[in-house]
Ligand binder design. Structure first.
Ligand SMILES: Cc1cc2nc3c(=O)[nH]c(=O)nc-3n(C[C@H](O)[C@H](O)[C@H](O)COP(=O)(O)O)c2cc1C
Ligand code: SF4
Length: 749
């Protein structure tokens, strides 16, 4: 550039010099001539100008591309940085409060403000406004942290606004149908408010909420806090100070979580808690669970008993000591098995055989016989949500009853037979059973035995108490979010009884009296038996629908799956099917498919069907009951709905007199029906309940002379319930509620 200007200057000088040298020439020679003379300079200047311009352009271009590259790099780097920042470890904090006089509520608001001040969204929720059944499982995937600030009231009860939440949580924590991992992924912290003056009930609600969340696999992010209104005993001097101390810790922990830090396992936690390392070890976890249950007898503590030395399929287990005698579950807790077995030898003489066959009750020493439910068992079953009646019966509110109360659909029996699930009572007059099936959701807390040897309650008392307790459970649904008022009113009047809760109802010596009483109250009877008591099946009075569970089709697989106590379980099983075939009223085989265990036995199943020729065959995929040391069943054994459909189609093809009639996709269940229920090309699998009651009444009044058959009380199946319908068995009158996790849907009894 500089050389360019130098050339220009030289040129100007040259021109001007020539001007001054001879002024007269100025007039004589033109200005252009002067330019012509100095043209060399001009050429040089022009060449220099273009050269420099060209060089400039190239260097500018290079610079630009460098800039672009570096800015791209910069953008990439900054976007990488912001991506890193974008990994959100805590999406927000949900603060639930259970409060009566406002303390917990005020704490919730205070905490919310402080969480927000940290730049983390926070939301305060009145527990009354929250439906845990709908929403709680979703918190597991939202990366939120849930905080529960809950006060305890009289006798350790929750506050009014937390009542439903606590009730739901307690039930879910012990209900196999939710499964032990229902809240896996939920991060939570609990602070309880209480007063240690209430000795024995101090902070019970906080303790319980913490325990129940943990039992459903929620992950505690920190130890539960306790606020004590008793200033004398309060750790920090007042409930406010206790909360403040806890809050400081919580906020610190929250910040750490928000940064993605994980708490290191000290390995010292006594209560099992959320420690992953511990979870790997199921045994240790169970210990933790037991500890969490404050040393109360947990379900795993209570081993079932066989009471018989004749137990067959269980011999191996007996050797290892995993099966002990029925009689003294309390003693099991106290590890006095040896003393116990001696005692059994003596009490065997007092065994009361099932005696209703000949109508004579061989009850010896009634006063001396023991109660089936020991105090320890009572406690464990109560914890699982059973309402116990007398000394051997129980009632529990079924999940489908609740579902239908809320207009969310009924169980498969609603689809297949038209029962109203919200008016159905699930009960049993015998908690004892003669099997210990691998998929039993009781996890074997119930007693087992091959014969009735306990004190016996009268049938009318059992029914009266069952109805009362069932109605009380329904009453708790008054005002619960989503419950339909008309269904609530209907629910109080029981119309159906599912005798299939736990145990073997047919073992109860007064089962016929119980069934008659049900019918006299115009309650239909659905009785399920495990096909081990053929004589009792034969002597059974007519029931609305009689079931046998056909859990396997060969002797070996039955032994493996049902783990029966009877040595002669296979002949008993076959004879039970024959006995079923002799019945005139509706009969059902209930097949439970356990993938990789019994689905391969198609031919054998069709042979069993020929034995009992049931009216219906219900086929359902096994329900996973959660981990249990009592069962080796895993999620891998649960067949998908399509697998069940394929199985059912293949089976139906092998049975010339049967066809697939209905489907309840919601609970992975299909119905194969005898074609006699297909009238003029239309299915009549539903039940005319009113007419059944009339028929059974006439039967009783005529002393059994006026008999009736399954075809006498049929009703037409609605189109939505039929196999192949777009509703897939879901009643369009209700609204389907999709669970987050499909595997958590359950079949029903
Ligand atoms: C009538 C009444 C009964 C109570 N019962 C208990 C109790 O059984 N156990 C307990 O730990 N605290 C009990 N408390 C203490 C309350 O849990 C405590 O005062 C708490 O801070 C109240 O919280 P809130 O204002 O959010 O309702 C009771 C308090 C009252 C007024
Ligand atoms: S699942 Fe059983 S107890 Fe529940 S509503 Fe249906 S029939 Fe009744």
């Amino acid at each position: 550039m500089q050389s360019f200007f130098a050339v220009i200057l030289l040129f100007i000088r040259r021109v001007s010099t020539s001007d001054t040298k001879d002024p007269q020439d100025v007039h004589s020679s033109s200005y252009f001539m002067s330019i012509w003379h100095n043209r060399l300079y001009l050429y040089t200047a022009a060449a220099l100008f273009f050269g420099i311009w060209f060089a400039l352009k190239i260097s500018l271009k290079k610079k630009n591309s460098k800039d672009v590259n570096s800015s791209v790099n910069k953008t990439e780097k900054s976007s990488e940085r912001s991506d890193k920042q974008k990994v959100v470890h805590v999406s927000g904090v949900k603060i639930f409060y259970g409060s009566q006089t406002g303390t917990a509520k005020a704490f919730a608001n205070e905490l919310s403000e402080e969480v927000k001040a940290l730049g983390i969204p926070a939301e305060v929720t009145d527990m009354k406004e929250y439906d845990p059944d709908d929403q709680l499982a979703d918190e597991c995937t939202r990366k939120s942290v849930c905080v529960f600030l809950v006060a305890t009231y009289t006798d350790g009860q929750p506050t009014e606004n937390a009542e439903w939440f606590c009730k739901w949580l307690e039930e879910a924590s012990t209900d196999f149908r939710y499964g032990k991992t229902y809240l896996k992924g939920l991060r939570y912290a609990v602070f309880g408010l209480g007063n240690s003056v209430y000795f024995g009930h101090y902070n019970t609600v906080g303790k319980n909420v913490d325990k129940w969340l943990w039992m459903l696999s929620g992950m505690r992010i920190m130890t539960r806090g306790e606020g004590d209104c008793n200033v004398v005993k309060s750790r920090n001097g007042s409930v406010q100070a206790d909360f403040l101390a806890w809050k400081v810790k919580f906020l610190k922990r929250l910040q750490a979580l928000a940064k993605g830090e994980k708490k290191k396992c000290s390995g010292n936690c006594k209560k099992g808690g959320s420690c992953k390392n511990k979870r790997k070890d199921r045994k240790v976890e169970e210990e933790g669970e037991k500890a969490a249950q404050q040393n109360n007898s947990s379900e795993e503590d209570l081993m079932e008993t066989s009471s018989d030395e004749e137990g067959s399929g269980l011999e191996d287990e007996k050797k290892t000591g995993s099966v002990v005698d029925m009689e003294d579950l309390g003693n099991i807790m106290n590890s006095v098995k040896k003393a116990k077995s001696k005692e059994d030898v003596q009490t065997d003489d007092q065994i009361v055989k099932l005696s209703k066959l000949n109508g004579v009750k061989n009850i010896e020493d009634e006063g001396e016989r023991r109660e089936m439910i020991t105090p320890a068992l009572r406690e464990a079953l109560t914890k699982q949500g059973y309402k116990l009646i007398g000394s051997h019966s129980g009632v529990k509110l079924c999940r489908w009853t609740k579902s239908m109360l809320r207009g969310r659909g009924g169980c498969y029996k609603h689809t297949f037979y038209g029962i109203e699930s919200h008016r159905c009572m699930e009960t049993t007059p015998s908690l004892a059973c003669a099997n210990k099936c691998v998929f039993c959701w009781r996890h074997h807390t119930n007693p087992v035995g091959t014969e009735w040897r306990w004190k016996m309650d009268p049938a009318d008392k059992i029914l009266q108490d069952s109805l009362e307790k069932h109605q009380n459970m329904i009453r708790q649904f008054r005002g619960v979010p989503g419950v339909k008022p008309e269904r609530y009113e209907e629910g109080l009047e029981v119309k159906h009884c599912a005798l299939s809760l736990v145990g073997e109802p047919i073992m109860y010596p007064e089962i016929n009296a119980f069934i008659r009483l049900l019918h006299s109250h115009r309650i239909s009877s659905f009785l399920v038996t495990n096909a081990q008591f053929p004589q009792e099946i034969r002597s059974l009075v007519p029931v609305t629908q009689l079931y046998v569970s056909v859990d396997a089709s060969t002797k070996e697989s039955l032994r493996k799956i049902d783990r029966p106590l009877f040595k002669d379980f296979w002949p008993r099983f076959l004879d039970s099917l024959k006995a079923l075939g002799e019945k005139r009223q509706r009969t059902v085989y209930r097949l439970t498919l356990v993938k990789a265990w019994n689905v391969e036995e198609m031919q054998a199943y069709s042979e069993l069907i020929a034995v009992g020729q049931p009216d219906f065959i219900e086929v359902k995929g096994v329900t996973y009951c959660g981990e249990s040391s009592a069962s080796s069943l895993t999620m891998a054994n649960v067949p998908w709905h399509q697998e069940v459909v394929t199985f059912v189609q293949q089976l139906a093809d092998m049975l010339p007199q049967y066809e697939i009639a209905c489907e309840h996709e919601h609970s992975n269940c299909l119905l194969i029906a005898h074609t006699k229920f297909k009238v003029d090309g239309e299915w009549w699998t539903w039940i005319n309940y009113e007419h059944f009651q009339e028929l059974v009444q006439a039967y009783e009044e005529s002393g059994g002379q006026q008999s009736f058959s399954a075809l006498d009380y049929i009703a037409k199946t609605p189109s939505w319930a039929l196999f192949g319908a777009s509703e897939q068995g879901f009643d369009p009158a209700d609204t389907r509620f999709q669970r987050r996790n499909k595997t958590k849907d359950i079949t029903g009894c």
